[in-house]
Design a protein around this ligand. Structure first.
Ligand code: SAM
Ligand code: SF4
Length: 335
C-alpha cells in the first residue's frame, strides 16, 4: 500500500490542479496583459507526460483532479487527456475529474466532457452585461459563453459560476448576477482579486473589492444563512434563503484560508507549486523525462516537494500597498 501524501502541517494532499496550457482565447484584464508572451510549445508537457504525472499523483492518493489553465479547452487534443483520465474514475481511485473554464469552447466539448466522466465544472464569468463582458475579457464574447452554458446544462454538467469581485466594475451587478445564477440553478462563488502577475500596483488596489463588503451588501436584501460546509478548499458558503441558492466567498486577502489547504498545483511545464501564493516550486519534468523506465524518481520528487509545502501565503493589502505579491500570472499556475 502506498503511503499517502501528507505535508509538514499534517494536511493530506488529495487535490491536484493541473494547468494544461498557459494560453487563452481571452485576455481578462486582471489576469493577463493584452500582449502576453506565452511559453514556446516545446516547453509544454505532452499529453502523455501529463497523463503519467497525473496518474502518479492518483497512485499517491490524489482523489480530485481539476484541469485548468490558461484556457484548458483551447489545448489541442485536450479531450484525449480527459478521456485517458476516465480510467482512474472507473477504477474508483479518482473521485472527481473537473475543469475550470471560461466557457468559450463548451458548446463543442460539453457532451464529450460528460461522457469522459466530468460532472461538475467551474465557469468564470464576472458580468452578465455583453459590453462589460467584452471589456473585461478584451477578446471574449458573452453570447458564445451563454451557448456553452446551455450546452453544458443540456449535457448534464452542473455549473458553478466563479466571479472575480471588481470594484467599480461588477459591484452594481451583485444582485443581477445572483438572480441570474439562481434562475439557471447554478451555484455562485465570488473571488477576491489576487496580486498575481505584474499588471501594476495601482490597478490592483483600484480593483480590490473586499468580500466582507460584498457580503454585507448582499445581506441588505437577502437572508443569508452560514453553511458549515467546507470542501477542503478556500470557499466559505452561505445559502440565500429567498432563492435557495448557495453562494461562496473565496477571500485570500480579507480572510486567510490556508489552514485546511489540501491542494497542490502543477503547471503545464511540470513545475509543482505547493502554494498558489508562494514562489517555491519543484521541477517534476526532470524526473519525469530522465526516468522513462520507472515512476520511482518521480514519486520521490513529489514526496520531497510535499515535505516543503508552506503553511500559507502572504498576500496582504492591509497596508495600502500590495504585499506578498507573486510574479506569476494566474494563467501560469492555473487558478
Ligand atoms: N481560463 C479559465 C477560466 O478563466 O476559468 C481557467 C484559468 S483562470 C486563470 C482561473 C480563474 O482564475 C478564473 O476564475 C479567473 O477569474 C481567476 N483569476 C485570474 N486572475 C486572477 C487574479 N489576479 N485574482 C483572482 N482571480 C483570478
Ligand atoms: Fe483566460 Fe481565464 Fe485568465 Fe481570463 S481568467 S485571461 S479566461 S486564463
Amino acid at each position: 500500500m502506498t503511503a499517502p501524501l501528507i505535508d509538514p502541517f499534517h494536511r493530506p494532499i488529495s487535490y491536484l490542479r493541473v494547468s494544461v496550457t498557459d494560453r487563452c482565447d481571452f485576455r481578462c484584464v486582471y489576469c493577463m496583459s493584452e500582449n502576453m508572451t506565452f511559453l514556446p510549445k516545446k516547453e509544454l508537457l505532452t499529453l502523455e507526460e501529463l497523463d503519467r504525472l497525473c496518474s502518479t499523483f492518483v497512485q499517491l492518493g490524489v482523489e480530485k483532479l481539476r484541469i485548468t489553465g490558461g484556457e484548458p479547452l483551447v489545448r489541442r487534443d485536450i479531450l484525449k487527456f480527459f478521456q485517458s483520465m476516465t480510467r482512474h474514475l472507473d477504477s474508483g481511485a479518482l473521485k472527481e475529474l473537473t475543469v475550470t473554464t471560461n466557457g468559450s469552447q463548451l458548446e463543442r466539448f460539453a457532451d464529450d466532457l460528460y461522457a469522459a466522466g466530468v460532472r461538475r465544472i467551474n465557469l468564470s464569468l464576472d458580468t452578465v452585461d455583453e459590453q462589460k463582458f467584452a471589456d473585461i475579457t478584451r477578446w471574449g464574447r458573452l453570447p458564445q459563453v451563454l451557448r456553452g452554458i446551455d450546452a453544458a446544462q443540456k449535457a448534464g454538467l452542473r455549473i458553478k459560476i466563479n466571479a472575480v469581485a471588481l470594484k467599480g466594475f461588477n459591484e452594481d451587478e451583485l444582485f443581477t448576477i445572483a438572480e441570474w445564477c439562481a434562475e439557471r440553478d447554478m451555484d455562485l462563488t465570488w473571488i477576491e482579486v489576487m496580486p498575481m502577475g505584474d499588471i501594476g500596483n495601482e490597478q490592483r488596489l483600484d480593483q480590490y473589492w473586499k468580500l466582507t463588503d460584498l457580503r454585507a451588501r448582499l445581506a441588505e436584501q437577502y437572508t443569508l444563512t452560514d453553511l458549515a460546509e467546507r470542501t477542503g478548499g478556500p470557499a466559505r458558503y452561505v445559502r440565500i434563503e429567498e432563492t435557495g441558492q448557495k453562494v461562496g466567498f473565496i477571500t485570500p486577502l480579507s480572510h486567510n484560508f490556508c489552514e485546511s489547504c489540501n491542494r497542490v498545483r502543477l503547471t503545464c511545464t511540470g513545475e509543482l507549486f505547493m502554494c498558489l501564493g508562494q514562489e517555491d516550486m519543484a521541477d517534476l519534468r526532470g524526473p519525469l523525462r530522465n526516468h522513462p523506465e520507472s515512476d520511482a524518481a518521480l514519486e520521490d520528487a513529489i514526496r520531497a516537494a510535499i515535505r516543503l509545502k508552506p503553511k500559507g501565503h502572504d498576500f496582504d493589502y492591509s497596508r495600502q500597498s500590495v504585499d506578498g505579491r507573486v510574479s506569476r500570472h494566474m494563467s501560469h499556475t492555473g487558478g
